[in-house]
Design a protein around this ligand. Structure first.
Ligand SMILES: [Zn+2]
Length: 114
């Protein structure tokens, strides 16, 4: 048996499968993928989905917070450069809104408040 890990982690593929990305995606394209039961974390563990969070304030694993900050920042940049998803009809305003939300999340994961 593995030791019980008290930390709350970030799902490694948060941007592809996590609740926040689902929120972003569902608000933008109206589709929500299914949530998995066990997920890989940003620090390299496999934990129950319930032990992960997409709320920066809830994540207690520092390695995961760093991972999420980098991922969200990178994705925001990518999204901004791309402008839209191929084959999906989203407006510039929706993309800008998603980018802004991703940047805000990245900032919160980094622990910076300004
Ligand atoms: Zn972690």
């Amino acid at each position: 048996m593995a030791e019980i890990d008290p930390h709350i982690h970030v799902e490694r593929r948060a941007l592809r499968g996590g609740p926040d990305f689902r929120n972003v995606m569902s608000s933008v394209v109206g589709r929500v993928p299914d949530a998995p039961s066990v997920v890989a974390t940003g620090c390299g563990l496999d934990v129950p989905y319930a032990m992960t969070s997409s709320r920066p304030e809830s994540v207690t694993c520092l390695a995961c917070r760093e991972h999420a900050c980098v991922e969200y920042s990178a994705f925001a940049e990518q999204l901004e450069r791309l402008g839209s998803w191929p084959g999906m009809s989203v407006t510039d305003g929706q993309v800008a809104d998603a980018v802004e939300r991703l940047r805000e999340l990245a900032k919160r994961f980094s622990g910076r408040t300004g």
